[in-house]
Design a protein around this ligand. Structure first.
Ligand SMILES: Nc1nc2c(ncn2[C@@H]2O[C@H](COP(=O)(O)OP(=O)(O)O)[C@@H](O)[C@H]2O)c(=O)[nH]1
Ligand SMILES: [Mg+2]
Length: 196
C-alpha cells in the first residue's frame, strides 16, 4: 500500500473510546521496546508518527492510527512491564483480553518479537493466547539488521523453536532500519484487509 495519509486517531484508555467506523483493524502485540512503533512508522514511511522510545513505555493505552482512511493499525503497548502495580497490570490484562477476544473489526495481529534473541515466556504466552482464540497471527521478527545475514537461518530456527511457531502461520523477517520485510508485511496485511 502506498501511504500518503496517516494519523493518530486516539490513545484509548477504555473500549468506549475505540472507533466505531467499522474499518478493519490490524493490531501489533509485543514486548515494550521490541519495535512496534518503529514497524508502523516504517510501513507508512513516516519517521515519527508512532511514538518510539528507547525507554520501556509506561502509558497503557491502545493507540489507533488510521491509514489511508482504509484501516487502523492498533499499537498495543508491550506486556512485560516492570514498573506498574499488580492492580494496574491486571486491569491492563483484562482490557487486552477483551480487545483480542471481542473486537469484531480485528482482522489479524502482528506478533512482534526481537530477532536477536529467543522468544521470551511473555512472547510465547501472547502467541499461544492469540492462537487459542483463533486470531490470525503474523509473526514479525524485527531488528534483523542487528544480526549478520550469515546467521539469519540459525536465528530463524531459534526464534521459531522458542516461540512454538505453527508452520501454518506467516513469519516475516523485518528491520525498520533497512526496510527488510516491508513489502512482505504489506502484502500479508493487505491480504487480511481484503478478507471479509
Ligand atoms: N536497529 C534497530 N533498532 C530498532 C528497530 N526497531 C526498533 N528499533 C529501536 O528500538 C527501540 C524501541 O522501538 P519502538 O518502536 O519504540 O518499540 P515499541 O515499544 O515496541 O513501540 C527504539 O530505540 C528504536 O529505534 C530495528 O528494526 N532495528
Ligand atoms: Mg511503541
Amino acid at each position: 500500500m502506498k501511504v500518503n495519509k496517516a494519523d493518530i486517531v486516539i490513545s484509548a484508555v477504555s473500549p468506549a473510546q475505540y472507533p466505531n467506523t467499522g474499518l478493519p483493524e490490524i493490531a501489533l502485540a509485543g514486548r515494550s521496546n521490541v519495535g512496534k512503533s518503529s514497524f508502523i512508522n516504517t510501513l507508512i514511511n513516516r519517521k515519527g508518527l508512532a511514538r518510539t522510545s528507547s525507554k520501556p513505555g509506561k502509558t497503557q493505552t491502545l493507540n489507533y492510527y488510521i491509514i489511508e482512511d482504509q484501516f487502523y493499525f492498533v499499537d498495543v503497548p508491550g506486556y512485560g512491564y516492570a514498573k506498574v502495580s499488580k492492580t494496574e497490570r491486571a486491569k491492563w490484562g483484562e482490557m487486552l483480553e477483551t480487545y483480542f477476544t471481542q473486537r469484531e473489526p480485528l482482522k489479524a495481529t502482528l506478533c512482534v518479537i526481537d530477532f536477536r534473541h529467543p522468544a521470551t515466556v511473555d512472547d510465547k504466552q501472547m502467541y499461544e493466547f492469540l492462537k487459542h482464540f483463533n486470531i490470525p497471527v503474523i509473526v514479525v521478527a524485527t531488528k534483523a539488521d542487528k544480526i549478520s545475514k550469515s546467521k539469519w537461518n540459525k536465528h530463524v530456527k531459534i526464534a521459531k523453536e522458542s516461540l512454538g511457531f505453527d508452520p501454518a502461520d506467516d513469519f516475516v523477517l523485518f528491520s525498520s532500519e533497512t526496510g527488510e520485510g516491508k513489502e512482505e508485511a504489506w502484502s500479508l496485511i493487505e491480504g487480511y484487509l481484503k478478507k471479509k
